[in-house]
Design a protein around this ligand. Structure first.
Ligand code: HSE
Length: 404
């Protein structure tokens, strides 16, 4: 029997206990070993849960239990999750996590600490919920140089955008996402793009080896988007998505999160509801897309348990391949102001607007929707985009970057 401890018995933590119990037979068949939860750390009591008797409020009950081989951290937030993870790794316990905040902020240190202590730190559930993406990027794309990653990385915001297109209000859609167990404890992290920022820095580190700070990358959420933006996107043959993007520019790394117009020909454009998609462009295989449920109790728990199974199936093996992250220095950040992409400009359809747009932007194909005149302009830098918009003298309703 392999014993596991769970830190944090919230949506994902209780899901992991459920996956291990409900799928015990298939896990034993696939692994050749039984895996069971021995202790659960949480501040609360769970008298109605079948796992309630396993709950402890004392982390030392887990840290000092020599029978516990793997600790699954699903507490969320940086502290005490980081501190408990560190203590477990130092005590020679393997750790798996769904906690993207800890991986994005401390992944370099925790991976190094795991290696020093001969254990593993796995985080499949930290990006894309139930989608296998970390392991395939680490192992199956190891023969490639990754060039660029674009992803719909937050289930809550994709759910909200989908519901809004169906006519729901932003607030009603967010409430439903919370009820479905998709949203963060503080949903501002979802709608302001911070959750996606943590995930794109993890994917950037997997791709390029450099762990950027999620606080230092360009990050916009969906709070300023309106139904008029959705209508403009549709008129221009695009859908509107919150996209995490990373690429290498010379020796530097660019990572960012912002709404994007996604042309219908791009496979990310059709991804709706709580689903996530991660499009990886690698130099040998070309484009590969990972798709599935990006949030929710059992999908995310499925990825946590996959990491537990990976660890158990390699127990006793030295030097199992692991990613290596190096903390970024200021010199590693690409200059966002020099980033170049196409943008969709939406101006108020004031008198003479078409002529003024043509005078500044040249010949562009405009559409008129909901009192706006909109078009997709050629690629330009952030500064050029701002200067050209101002030069029209028109009221800018929105500028939304295009995913190319
Ligand atoms: N709040 C996150 C999301 C949970 O909506 O994607 C999964 O990381």
């Amino acid at each position: 029997m392999i014993y596991v401890a769970i830190l944090g018995f919230g949506v994902v933590g209780s899901g992991a206990a459920q996956v291990l119990a409900d799928n015990a037979a298939v896990i034993e068949k696939n692994l050749g070993k039984k895996v069971a939860v021995k202790r659960i750390l949480d501040l609360r009591e769970f008298p109605d849960s079948p796992f309630g008797h396993l709950v402890t409020h004392d982390f030392n009950d887990i840290l000092n239990d020599k029978e516990i081989t793997v600790v699954a951290e699903m507490m969320g937030g940086s502290h005490p999750a980081y501190d408990f993870t560190k203590a477990c790794l130092e005590a020679g316990k393997h750790v798996v996590t769904s906690n993207k905040e800890v991986v994005a902020r401390f992944g370099d240190e925790l991976l190094a600490l795991a290696a020093q202590n001969g254990v593993r730190y796995l985080f499949e559930a930290s990006v894309g919920g139930g989608i296998p993406v970390i392991r395939p990027m680490t192992n199956d794309l190891a023969s490639n140089q990754i060039e660029q990653v674009d992803g719909i990385l937050n289930g809550t915001t994709n759910y909200i955008l989908t519901e809004m297109i169906g006519g729901a209000s932003f607030d009603a859609a967010l409430k439903q996402a919370q009820a479905n167990g998709y949203a963060e404890a503080n949903p501002a992290a979802d709608v302001e793009g911070l959750d996606a920022a943590r995930k794109i820095v993890i994917l950037a580190a997997l791709s390029f080896g450099t762990l950027l700070s999620p606080d230092k990358i360009h990050c916009e959420g969906i709070t300023s988007l309106t139904l008029a933006d959705v209508a403009v996107a549709k008129a221009l043959g695009c859908s509107l998505k919150l996209i995490g993007h990373t690429e290498r520019i010379g020796k530097k790394v660019l990572a960012m999160v912002s709404p994007r117009m996604v042309p219908l020909a791009c496979p990310l454009s059709g991804i709706s509801d709580v689903f996530n998609g991660i499009l990886v462009d690698a130099n040998m295989v070309g484009k590969v897309m990972f798709y599935g449920a990006g949030a929710g109790k059992l999908p995310t728990a499925s990825a946590v348990v996959a990491d537990i199974i990976d660890i158990v199936s390699h127990l006793g093996q030295a030097d199992v391949r692991a990613p290596h992250f190096t903390a970024a220095t200021d010199a590693d950040y690409a200059d966002f102001n020099a980033y170049t992409c196409r943008s969709c400009f939406s101006f108020a359809n004031e008198s003479g607007a078409a002529a003024r747009i043509a005078a500044v932007f040249g010949a562009v194909n405009t559409v008129t929707v909901d009192g706006r005149i909109a078009f997709i302009a050629d690629a330009m830098t952030e500064q050029e985009a701002a200067a050209k918009a101002a030069a029209t003298g028109l009221t800018l309703a929105a500028r939304i970057r295009v995913l190319d």
